[in-house]
Design a protein around this ligand. Sequence first.
Ligand SMILES: Nc1ncnc2c1ncn2[C@@H]1O[C@H](COP(=O)(O)OP(=O)(O)OP(=O)(O)O)[C@@H](O)[C@H]1O
Length: 243
Amino acid sequence: MRGVDVSYDGRPALRGVDLVVREGERVALVGPSGAGKSTLLRLCTAAVRQDAGEVEVLGRPLARLGAGGLAAVRRRVGTVHQRLHLVGRLRVVHNVNAGHLGRWSTARALASLVRPREVETARAALEQTGIGDKLFARTDELSGGEQQRVAVARVLVQRPDLVLADEPVASLDPARADEVLALLCETVATPRRALLVSLHDFDLAVRRCDRVVGLREGRVVFDRPASDVDEEMRAALYDTAPR
Ligand SMILES: Nc1ncnc2c1ncn2[C@@H]1O[C@H](COP(=O)(O)OP(=O)(O)OP(=O)(O)O)[C@@H](O)[C@H]1O
C-alpha cells in the first residue's frame, strides 16, 4: 500500500498508510479498537476501496483490475473474518470444503454438498486445529471458539498465497489462541506465501509474527521486526504508561 486514505461517509479511517508485506512474512496489525485494522485488511480484497493511494496485492494493482482479474486475485487470498461467514445449518465438513470453491467447478461443489468430497483433507485440517471429531457436526451446534477453528481449517484446505485474518483467535482461550495463530503462521511458512493478521493480543503478535505494525487513528505509528518492539511502542499505541 502506498499513501492510502480511506474514509467512511467523510470520516477518515486510514490516513496515508504505507505498508509492504513481502513473500514469506507473517505480519501482525495491532492497535486500539477503531484504529483501522479491519479496514486495512478489507482493502486487500477490494471489499473497501481507497480514496487515495495505491493497493497492490500479489503483484496486481486492485484499482485497475476488472471483475475477472479481481476474482483471480481473490482465489489466491484466504480470509478469516471476525464474522466467520460459516453456514450454520451445514455440517462442518461442508464449511471446511468451501476452501476448495475457487478451484472446484459448480457441478463438483454441488455434488459435494450431497456427498462430501475430499473428506480426509477436511478431517486432517480439522485435526490440525484440534477439532477432528467435529467433522460431521452441525456447524451452528459448535461453540464460538470451535467455529473459529472451522474457519481456520477452511483456509488450511484452500492453501492460499496470502492469508488475511481479522482477529482470528478472538474467541479462543490463551493456549488455544497461541496454537491456532502458530498454525496460521505455519500455513504460510513457505517462501511464496504471507500472512497479515490483526490481533488484539499485543504479546501474541510479538511472539508469533515476524513484524508488528502499530495502527492508531488510521495511521501507522510503528512498523518494526517483532524482536525490536518494546514497551514504549506498546504504550504509545494504547496510551498507557510503560509497565
Ligand atoms: N462500514 C463502516 N461504515 C462506517 N464507518 C466504519 C465502517 N467500518 C469501520 N468504520 C469506522 O472506521 C474506523 C476504523 O474501523 P475498523 O473496523 O477498521 O477498526 P479496527 O481497528 O478493526 O477496530 P476493532 O479492533 O474494534 O475491530 C472506526 O472509526 C469505525 O467506526
